[in-house]
Design a protein around this ligand. Structure first.
Ligand code: IPM
Ligand code: MG
Length: 357
């Protein structure tokens, strides 16, 4: 059966990195992947063309795709759009919400070749392999009411942090299942010493633990988790947390691995349909200069093959090809170190393709 893959390059470095990842997808077609690849607009580029960050046409294409590859959205060009609902980020958040992509998997793996690129000591990060499971369609990102309004003569901004039991349970199951497939350790991160919503979160996680006796569940407050991530990150196997804490902790976890330019992600819904994107942003400061690291996006293609397209062998081949180019000493600027060969975005893509075939 022919699969449908939608590529949404987005803004900033998005088009450059997705171009390299698309070449990798095309190489997979020659290696037996039966898929057709389409493109669409999202974010600031969609706003410029259609006045909205998530045009209906893109949403329709996304709904009928088996998997979506997204580059990145946003940039200073659109920061002054006053209507928040028209900002590029809303294109991304809208896709997540409309497709029900509640389960966000963000693996932080240290490639041994990059140990020296991390700002942490090699003995702290070597062998690092953490999976952050972030809830992606609820919490304070989407809670109502929200807004900025006039109260007693001054403006007040407000958001609502809300999770229902069923939302917590559903992301909890993703995390317990993930821990079961890995080293059987799950750490749930909350702020249950202050926030009721996370008291409920903790209760639901404890309740689920009874169904997964083979998984060792622990709880940690988010401030401590941030500290532990930089102090002794290898204590973590799978981490499960809400939308905003997951956003913050996953950036911290990314830096442990040397560069956020290495981290892929998957966002899955209940039907296994998924959107795949690098964890990093649109990096407007280096956009259009062929400098960005395309590896997080290429590794996102590997996750797509594994989680949505049932092509685990092809996924492993891509991951091995990335390992090979790192072994060969190729480095984009973000992971550069002495004695290694500095390459551009497209040269990195060339090297991965060569290693694949
Ligand atoms: C991420 C990003 C997004 C988020 C932004 C761009 C809306 O930071 O995917 O981590 O906050 O979820
Ligand atoms: Mg983020």
């Amino acid at each position: 059966m022919t699969r449908r893959i939608l590529v949404l390059p987005g803004d900033g470095i998005g088009p450059e990195i997705t171009a390299q990842a698309t070449r990798v997808l095309e190489a997979c077609q020659t290696l037996g992947l039966d898929a057709e690849i389409e493109q669409g607009l999202v974010g600031g580029s969609a706003y410029d063309a259609h006045g909205v960050p998530l045009p209906d046409e893109t949403l329709d294409k996304a709904r009928s795709a088996d998997a979506i590859l997204l580059g990145a959205v946003g940039g200073p060009k659109w920061d002054r759009i006053e209507d928040l609902s028209k900002r590029p980020e809303k294109g991304l958040l809208g896709l997540r919400k409309e497709l029900g992509l509640f389960g966000n998997l963000r693996p932080a793996i240290l490639y041994p070749q990059l140990a020296e690129a991390s700002t942490l000591k090699p003995e702290v990060v070597s062998g690092l392999d953490i999976m952050i499971v972030r809830e992606l369609t609820g919490g304070i990102y989407f809670g109502q009411p929200r807004g900025i309004e006039e109260r007693d003569g001054q403006r007040v901004g407000f958001n609502t942090y809300v999770y229902s039991e069923s939302e917590i349970e559903r992301i909890g199951r993703v995390a317990f299942e993930m821990a079961r497939k890995r080293n059987g350790k799950l750490c749930s991160v909350d702020k249950a010493n202050v926030l009721e919503v996370t008291i409920l979160w903790r209760e639901v996680m404890d309740r689920l633990a009874a169904e997964y006796p083979d998984v060792e569940l622990s709880h940690m407050y988010v401030d401590n988790a941030a500290m532990q991530l930089v102090r002794a990150p290898r204590q973590f196997d799978v981490v499960v947390t809400g939308n905003m804490f997951g956003d913050i902790l996953s950036d911290a976890a990314a830096m442990l691995t040397g560069s956020i330019g290495m981290l892929p992600s998957a966002s899955l819904n209940e039907r296994g349909q998924g959107m795949y994107e690098p964890c990093h942003g649109s990096a407007p400061d280096i956009a259009g200069q062929n400098l960005a690291n395309p590896l997080a996006t290429i590794l996102s293609v590997a996750m797509m093959l594994r989680y949505s397209l049932d092509e685990a062998d092809l996924a492993a081949r891509i991951e091995a090809a990335v390992g090979k180019v790192l072994d060969d000493g190729l480095r984009t600027a973000d992971i550069a170190s002495e004695g290694k060969r500095r390459v551009s975005t497209s040269e990195m893509g060339d090297a991965v393709l060569a290693a694949l075939s």
